[in-house]
Design a protein around this ligand. Structure first.
Ligand SMILES: Nc1nc2c(c(=O)[nH]1)N[C@H]1C(S)=C(S)[C@@H](COP(=O)(O)O)O[C@H]1N2
Ligand SMILES: [Mo]
Length: 198
């Protein structure tokens, strides 16, 4: 049955398909534990650690510049999906209104439900990264992390926390949920950084 939805790319689509990945046109749901369900009005994005403590509610997030971007996503379970379109707040536009301490080198994403995943500040601050609330022009479905998730397309998709509720700025790297369980600290799909010994 899976063969109906997953096909081996004929080529690497001009370098767009990382090694070991297979294309899908579906949008698989990958969640450890149950999906979280709450209204946009209940979104609270806390900023903590080495940045001035702040909380952004839904209206605060919508008051920031809104951007729509299309790019490919890659899951460590070997599926890639091309040309996914997301709308939200660019991480760089959020950073522009924060007061980040120069000692901050890493960011921990925290989700409603307890999922965590770490990024270097450099990987976090890329201009294509979005705090996304909309997928394909529709409100992001709860199963895919709505009302609000991070999307960091240049790394494996486990680095994009669904139901995002906190960004902690840190002076050193620290493992999140999957990283504590053997996944790579960075997770670059083009270097196949799947596990911590890759
Ligand atoms: N809060 C939370 N975020 C998460 C996960 C999770 O289990 N909980 N799974 C990660 C993994 S492993 C992947 S591949 C993507 C899957 O996103 P999707 O379900 O929208 O395809 O979400 C990531 N973000
Ligand atoms: Mo994943």
């Amino acid at each position: 049955m899976l063969g109906k939805f997953f096909k081996k790319p004929a080529d690497d689509m001009g370098g767009r398909i990382p090694p070991g990945q297979t294309l899908t046109t579906r949008f698989p749901v990958l969640t450890y534990g149950p999906a979280q369900h709450y209204a946009p009005q209940d979104v609270q994005l806390r900023i903590s650690g080495l940045a001035g403590a702040r909380t952004f509610g839904w209206a605060d997030l919508l008051a920031l510049p809104q951007t729509t971007l299309t790019y490919d996503i890659h899951c460590v379970t070997h599926w890639s999906k091309l040309d996914t379109t997301w709308t939200g707040v660019r991480v760089t536009d959020l950073l522009a209104v924060l007061d980040v301490d120069p000692r901050a080198t890493h960011v921990m994403q925290r989700s409603v439900g307890g999922y965590t995943t770490n990024l270097s500040l450099e990987d976090f601050a890329r201009p294509e990264n979005l705090l996304a609330h909309t997928f394909d022009g529709q409100p992001l479905a709860a199963e895919h992390g709505g009302p609000l998730r991070l999307v960091v397309p240049h790394l494996y998709f486990w680095k994009s926390a669904k139901w995002l509720t906190e960004l902690e700025f840190m002076a050193a790297d620290a493992p999140g949920f999957w990283e504590k369980n053997g996944y790579h600290m960075r997770g670059d799909p083009f270097q196949e950084q799947r596990y911590d010994d890759d």
